[in-house]
Design a protein around this ligand. Structure first.
Ligand SMILES: NC(=O)c1ccc[n+]([C@@H]2O[C@H](COP(=O)([O-])OP(=O)(O)OC[C@H]3O[C@@H](n4cnc5c(N)ncnc54)[C@H](O)[C@@H]3O)[C@@H](O)[C@H]2O)c1
Ligand SMILES: [Zn+2]
Length: 369
C-alpha cells in the first residue's frame, strides 16, 4: 500500500482548490480540513450502499475538526438525481441549525457528488462543499470541475449549476469495496483522457491498465492522479465550457444516445456506454478520413483486453436503429444551433470539436454498427 499522497491543483480565477489522491487522507490533509471546517456545522451526504462501508470513519474523522457533524443517507442509484430527492434533501438540511458557514460533504459516487453539489450551489445562494468521491468514475471525473445538477423527464443533467468544491479527497482505499463492474465503468473515462489529449498516457494504460481492475492500489492512485491532472488542466483553461472543455465529451454523443435508448434503469452503466462510444468516435473519425484504422484497432483492442464493451452490439441494452439514435442525439442539449456536434480524433491523443456533422454521413456510419 502506498503511504504517500499526491496533489493536483485546479487553478481557477476565483475558486482554486486541491485534489488530494492517496491513502489516509483525513490525516494527510488535516491542516486543510482544519481551515475549512473548524467551528462549523458539517452535513455529510451519502447513499445507502456507501453508508455501511465508509460513513462511520468519515464522521469520526471530520468530527475532529467540525463543531458538529450530521449525516443524511439517500437511496443509491441514478434515480436519486431527481427533483423529488433534491427537494427532500434541501428540506432536511434546512431543518438543521445551518448557517452560511455550513459545509456540505459529498461522500459517494457521481450521483451523490452531483446532487449534494447542486444542493450546495443552491442552498442559501451557495454553501461550501467538499467532495469525497468513492467510485472510480467520481475520483477521475465527476468530483472535479464543478458541474453539479440533477436529471429531469427531458434528460440527464438539464438542471444544475457550476459550483466548485473547496477540496477533493480521492481516498484510494475506498475503491476496494467498489463492485468490479463499476470499476470498469469508471475506467472508460480514464481511457477517454488518454484518447482525447495524451497518447503517452494511453500507451501507459495499454501496459498497466489491468492493474486498476485487479486492485493494484499504486496503479489506481497513478491513474486517478493523471486523469485528474488532465481534467484540471482543461477545466482551468475553460471553466464554463466555452470551448475546449467540450473535448471531455469524447465518445459521449454516442454514449448518451445508447443510455437514453436503454432508459437509465441500471442495465447499461454510463461508463459502459462511454466505452462503446469511444470506439464509435474513432471509427466515425476513420470513416471521415480523419484517423487511421490502426488507431481504431488499438482503441478496440485495449477495451476488449479490459473486458469492456467495445462494440455497440455488445450493449445488451442501448441498441437501436440509426434513426432512433440520431433522434436521441438531436435531443442532447449539446447540439449547437441545432447542429450535431461531435468530438472526433485525428489520432490517439488528438481530439477536436467537430461542429457541423453531415447527418447522411452519420446515418451511414450508424448503419455499420
Ligand atoms: N459532474 C460531472 O462532471 C460528472 C461527470 C461524469 C459523470 N457524472 C455523473 O456521475 C454519475 C455516475 O457516477 P457513478 O458511476 O459514480 O455512479 P453512482 O454514484 O451511482 O455510483 C455507482 C454505484 O456504486 C456504489 N458505490 C460508490 N462508491 C462505492 C464504494 N466505494 N463501495 C461500494 N459501492 C460504491 C454506489 O452506491 C452506486 O450503486 C452520473 O449521474 C453522471 O451524470 C457527473
Ligand atoms: Zn462520462
Amino acid at each position: 500500500m502506498t503511504t504517500t499522497s499526491s496533489r493536483v491543483h485546479v487553478a481557477l480565477a476565483g475558486n482554486s482548490y486541491d485534489i488530494h489522491i492517496g491513502h489516509d487522507l483525513f490525516t494527510a490533509t488535516a491542516d486543510d480540513l482544519y481551515v475549512l471546517l473548524a467551528e462549523k456545522q458539517v452535513v455529510i451526504i451519502t447513499d445507502a450502499n456507501i453508508a455501511p462501508l465508509h460513513l462511520q470513519a468519515t464522521e469520526k474523522a471530520l468530527a475532529e475538526f467540525a463543531r458538529q457533524t450530521v449525516s443524511i443517507i439517500l437511496p443509491a442509484g441514478e434515480a436519486s438525481k431527481s427533483f423529488g430527492t433534491y427537494e427532500q434533501l434541501v428540506n432536511d438540511i434546512l431543518g438543521l441549525p445551518i448557517d452560511r458557514q455550513t459545509v456540505l460533504v459529498a461522500l459517494g459516487g457521481g450521483v451523490i457528488g452531483d446532487l449534494a453539489g447542486f444542493a450546495a450551489a443552491s442552498l442559501l445562494r451557495g454553501l461550501d462543499f467538499i467532495q469525497i468521491p468513492t467510485s472510480l468514475l467520481a475520483q477521475v471525473d465527476s468530483s472535479v470541475g464543478g458541474k453539479t445538477g440533477i436529471n429531469t423527464a427531458e434528460g440527464k443533467n438539464l438542471v444544475g449549476a457550476f459550483h466548485q468544491p473547496r477540496l477533493v479527497l480521492a481516498e484510494i482505499s475506498m475503491l476496494a469495496s467498489l463492485p468490479a463492474r463499476e470499476l470498469k465503468a469508471g475506467y472508460a473515462e480514464v481511457v477517454k483522457y488518454g484518447l482525447l489529449g495524451d497518447a503517452e498516457f494511453f500507451e501507459w494504460l495499454e501496459v498497466n491498465g489491468r492493474g486498476v481492475i485487479s486492485g493494484d492500489t499504486d496503479v489506481q492512485a497513478e491513474v486517478v492522479r493523471r486523469s485528474c491532472q488532465i481534467k484540471a488542466d482543461i477545466v482551468a483553461a475553460d471553466e464554463y465550457e466555452a470551448g475546449q472543455r467540450a473535448l471531455l465529451n469524447l465518445g459521449h454523443t454516442f454514449a448518451h444516445a445508447f443510455e437514453a435508448v436503454a432508459g437509465y434503469d441500471g442495465r447499461l452503466l454510463h461508463g459502459e456506454a462511454v466505452s462503446a462510444g469511444l470506439v464509435c468516435a474513432f471509427a466515425f473519425s476513420q470513416q471521415l478520413g480523419l484517423c487511421s484504422g490502426q488507431d481504431v484497432m488499438r482503441v478496440t483492442a485495449h477495451l476488449q483486453n479490459m473486458e469492456m464493451p467495445a462494440q455497440h452490439d455488445q450493449l445488451a441494452a442501448g441498441q437501436a436503429e440509426p434513426q432512433v439514435l440520431i433522434e436521441q442525439m438531436r435531443k442532447d442539449k449539446k447540439t449547437r444551433q441545432g447542429k450535431l456536434t461531435f468530438i472526433l480524433a485525428r489520432q490517439i491523443g488528438e481530439a477536436f470539436v467537430a461542429g457541423d456533422i453531415d447527418e447522411a454521413e452519420l446515418n451511414r456510419f450508424l448503419e455499420t454498427l
